[in-house]
Design a protein around this ligand. Structure first.
Ligand code: SF4
Length: 405
């Protein structure tokens, strides 16, 4: 049974992170997962990410206990289930964080920051909390769905980042220090480049990391980027994975069908999905999701401009033309045999199968595509039996066409 041993270290550093948040010793800024975390850390904020909590609610399958609470408050059951499960958990004053990390509950925010580079839903979600906690809130609104991110767009976002400085100074009590910001960006860059190397180990014939492993091991690059802890963590993980490649150890016992995952994880079904693919001699080894935390444009010599560019150029914030180009490159880079599009029913923004993209991508690359319906947290939208049948049939077809060719 293949196991990534560094998972033990992951549990420890995630536990330490939540203990610090819970201690009340540091000011806390809430931030969206691809928000300007580096700028917030430059003001000594400990940064908390509600989406990470949403993923935990999905992975522990507790989301369904909380979503109805948000619906009672008027939230539709068809909007982002990170939002509804997280708000429901707040309203119920109950969270698996208590059992998982022994903390009292969600950390109280001193400042709330969102970036609509991923979706407009985060604005509604975070504004709910700004009212609930009577807390200052700042929004970053970059131009969206771009083919190419030009200097004009970057300049606009830089201005929005710079406008945050007085609010950050006031709420943190810390004066802005450009050198400190540069240090955080450098650490974040070092961690994100290591994360990139971690993901690229999947190019090996016997991949040492699957998408389902990546969805767990991405924790530090989401919540701890900009810290030494995240950088150190990915050094250890990378060393283990490279060692496994040398030793001929991989997720599957032999080279398998190579699958790419497009869209959100189905958090409550990671294990089931991982086993299903492995039982059918396939490994899901790369994804748009895990790759979304590679910010290789970060540059400490241009901290504002490079972070503005990196956070505006992310996959989810791009046009179909740009997304298709990125996908075509990944198909080649990872020698992909098939791509699975997850049509997440409560996340329109990160479900790219709704307007024919799988069809067009298959035509352009020859890589077969499958669409499965589900959701990130709300398992009412996921039919296990139907998904198993679709995936098994898809993998059989790939296997048959490999034999024929
Ligand atoms: S991108 Fe999707 S899952 Fe993420 S916050 Fe927005 S709507 Fe929710």
């Amino acid at each position: 049974m293949y196991r990534i041993k560094t998972t033990e270290l992951l549990k420890k550093i995630m536990g330490d992170y939540f203990q610090v948040l819970d201690s009340g010793q540091r000011k806390v800024a809430w931030c969206t997962s691809v928000g300007p975390a580096e700028l917030l850390r430059a003001f000594d904020f400990e940064v908390y990410f509600p989406e990470n909590h949403g993923a935990l609610l999905g992975a522990t399958r507790t989301a369904m206990d909380y979503i109805p609470e948000a619906m009672k408050c008027g939230f539709s059951g068809h909007v982002c289930s990170y939002t509804t499960s997280d708000i429901g958990s707040y309203l119920k004053k109950d969270t698996p964080l208590q059992d998982h990390y022994g903390v009292k509950g969600l950390p109280k925010p001193d400042l709330i920051v969102y970036n609509t580079n991923q979706c407009r839903e985060v604005e509604d979600w975070f504004t709910f909390y700004a009212h609930a906690y009577d807390c200052p809130i700042v929004g970053v609104h970059p131009p969206r769905h771009l083919d190419v991110v030009t200097q004009d767009e970057v300049d606009l976002v830089v201005k929005q980042f710079q406008k945050m400085i007085p609010v950050c100074e006031q709420t943190s009590g810390v004066k802005f220090d450009l050198d400190k910001f540069r240090d955080v960006v450098r650490l974040s860059k070092e961690a994100t480049l290591l994360w990139q190397k971690v993901l690229k180990t999947a190019k090996a014939p016997m991949t040492p990391i699957s998408f389902f492993d990546g969805a767990i091991h991405m924790g530090p690059i989401v919540v701890l980027r900009g810290t030494q802890v995240a950088k150190d963590y990915y050094e250890v993980l990378l060393e283990e994975l490279e060692g496994n490649i040398k030793a001929g150890k991989g997720v599957a016992p032999e080279p398998s069908i190579r699958i790419f995952w497009e869209g959100m994880p189905i958090w409550g079904k990671l294990r089931m999905m991982s086993d299903l693919f492995l039982q059918n001699q396939a490994v899901v080894l790369a994804s748009t999701y895990c790759s979304s935390w590679i910010f290789d444009q970060f540059d400490e010599t241009q901290p504002f401009e490079s972070t503005a560019r990196a956070y505006t150029e992310i996959f989810i914030n791009r046009s179909e033309t740009a997304k298709m180009e990125m996908l075509r490159n990944w198909m080649k880079e990872y020698r992909i045999d098939g791509i699975v599009f997850h049509d997440a029913k409560t996340c329109f923004n990160n479900s790219n199968s709704k307007f024919g993209m799988p069809h067009r991508l298959q035509e352009q690359t020859g890589v077969p595509a499958l669409v499965i319906e589900g959701d990130l947290c709300d398992l009412r939208f996921f039919s296990e039996g139907q998904s198993i049948t679709k995936i098994e049939t898809f993998l059989e077809q790939i296997e048959d066409s490999k034999i024929m060719s």
